[in-house]
Design a protein around this ligand. Structure first.
Ligand code: TA6
Length: 350
């Protein structure tokens, strides 16, 4: 249901998109020019998006695609090979710093939510990232040929509010099957020997047909902190999670796989995560939806946030140390009743 932002959207893309085989400065045949698998990378498209903000488009040969804004290192679109949008983006999203873009996949760093002294969800989501022209070798072998490496380092202003030097490398990639992977590598580059501590989330907005028809599997019987009850700790009941009111829960120590079943669309999102022990589930429902200026009153019916996160146990890095947090999203056609994809089998299977 997400539709291209209209209200405050500035004119559509102006400058003709530039197609880049690999970042200009990367020597053909070098590690960066090749995907982890050594096979040639697919071209990435650099263009102007809403309000003239720089946008990167990744396309996979079978037709799936993803769009990423350098503003926030923010994925705003992920389409399957039928061109169907899989992420929710509010029709009222504001593409103007310092407001974070409402929808897609905001990156919450170095602070999740208001668990600390910084602004809500930290500052990475409202900073301008750069294309990482010469990233260190990618830690894992991957078949993805459509990918882009982004990098964020603190500005002088950032150091005043969070006095730590870091390098945040983010690889966004599309697999041949159209799965969307986000891999974050955060390194402490403090020269003063000081460690730093942070919390983190991929604040993913999934597009769903009707929230009242959605079930989440994989979080049953887990403990969670309820953000609507002063972060009090509770234990989830045994069945799949369904939605009939506002929800804002941080599930602790979850399995590495979570399934989001959209019954009406016969589609199951499978979220696989690594280095991110927690998962946040959020839907603002009616009242909060009306209170958010950059969110349509009815849009809560067509989105669900399920966020791979590290919140309960903040991550501490000494100088020179690096943390990695990865999420992989797949959207599989599912016909729940035909058992083609029984989520329990998905969660237990490979
Ligand atoms: O991830 C859930 C949450 O922390 C909720 O409490 C709600 O505030 C949501 O994020 C959206 O936050 P935002 O700062 O983007 O309005």
């Amino acid at each position: 249901m997400s539709s291209t932002p209209q209200a405050t959207a500035a004119p559509a893309a102006t400058a003709a998109p530039a197609t880049v085989r690999a970042p200009a400065t990367v020597a053909p045949g070098s590690a960066a020019a090749a995907s982890g698998s050594g096979r040639e990378r697919l071209p990435i498209e650099l263009c102007k998006g809403i309000n003239g903000l720089d946008k990167i488009v990744l396309r996979e040969v079978r037709g799936s695609s993803a769009e990423v804004y350098l503003y926030g290192g923010h994925v705003t679109s992920w389409k399957n090979d039928h061109g169907e949008e899989l992420l929710f983006l509010s029709s009222k999203a504001i593409f103007k710093p310092p407001k974070a873009i409402r929808g897609g996949i905001p990156i919450c760093f170095p602070q999740f939510s208001n668990h600390g002294s910084l602004e809500q969800h930290g500052f990475a989501r409202n900073r301008i990232w750069s294309i990482d022209n010469d990233p260190p070798p990618f830690p894992t072998s991957t078949s993805a040929k459509a990918f882009v490496d982004l990098i964020l380092k603190p500005t002088e202003e950032d150091l005043k509010i969070w006095p730590h030097s870091f390098e945040f490398r983010l690889r966004i990639s599309l697999s041949p099957a159209g799965d969307l992977m986000l891999t974050s590598r955060i390194r402490n580059t403090n020269a003063d020997g000081k460690p730093f501590t942070f919390t983190f989330a991929y604040h993913t907005y999934f597009s769903v047909s009707d929230i009242s028809e959605v079930r989440v599997e994989g979080l049953e019987t887990l403990d969670y902190l309820d953000n609507l009850q002063n972060k009090e700790r509770f234990t989830e009941q045994g069945d799949a999670i369904t939605f009939e009111a506002e929800v804002d829960k941080i599930y602790l120590g979850t399995p590495t796989k979570i399934a989001i079943l959209d019954h009406e669309k016969k589609r199951t999102f499978v979220l696989r995560k690594d280095g991110l022990p927690d998962a946040v589930v959020w839907n603002p429902w009616e009242k909060k939806a009306k209170a958010m200026a950059d969110f349509g009153d009815e849009e809560y019916k067509h989105m669900l946030c399920v966020e791979a996160a590290a919140v309960e146990k903040p991550i501490t890095l000494k100088p020179g140390e690096e943390w990695r947090g990865r999420q992989e999203l797949s959207a599989v056609p599912s016909s729940y009743c035909s058992g083609q994809l029984d989520p329990r089998r998905v969660l237990l299977g490979s």
